[in-house]
Ligand binder design. Sequence first.
Ligand SMILES: [Mg+2]
Ligand SMILES: [Zn+2]
Length: 191
Amino acid sequence: MSGKNFVRGVVVETVFLDRDGVINRKLAEGEYVSSWERFELLPGVVEAVARLNGAGLRVVVVTNQRGVALGRYRAADVEEIHARFQALLAERGARVDAFYYCPHDRRQCGCRKPLTGMFEQARAEFAAIAAETSVMVGDSLSDIEFGRAAGMRTIFVSGDAAHRKPGWERGAELADAVTDDLPAAVALILD
Ligand SMILES: [Mg+2]
Ligand SMILES: [Zn+2]
């Protein structure tokens, strides 16, 4: 599928990344990435993050972690996964600038994607973040709706056909571009 003149004349400064299905392998619906042992990095992700870092772009992870509200794991487990991922990136000269997660259940907060609370949190922490220079990369309809609601450009990552969430076709349709995976999304942004 095409990039639809995705970044023609546009300076991208910040890339927002969904986590499960973009950075690490998404588990079957109803299964949760509850510990580091269940966090399986997808191919080329470290290199893709390093490319964004090298190009001077800000990298922000935004992830819904409803499993916390459901009692499947704790907020501390989410934070440990993020700390260990960050340590792994650091060993290879890459980094994520910030992680945000929503630990809430549906309709109980302003931060569960597709609501834009995590974009607002990022903007509060990094004054330079602007929707016009930001891109959201995700593998769910809620990611694309989040990006659009915040005013960002969006890239839908098709990923693993077996693990797509219901409504993904609409996500692919609404997105500014569709790629197979994160490395291809980064190539689209940078090349
Ligand atoms: Mg996802
Ligand atoms: Zn929330």
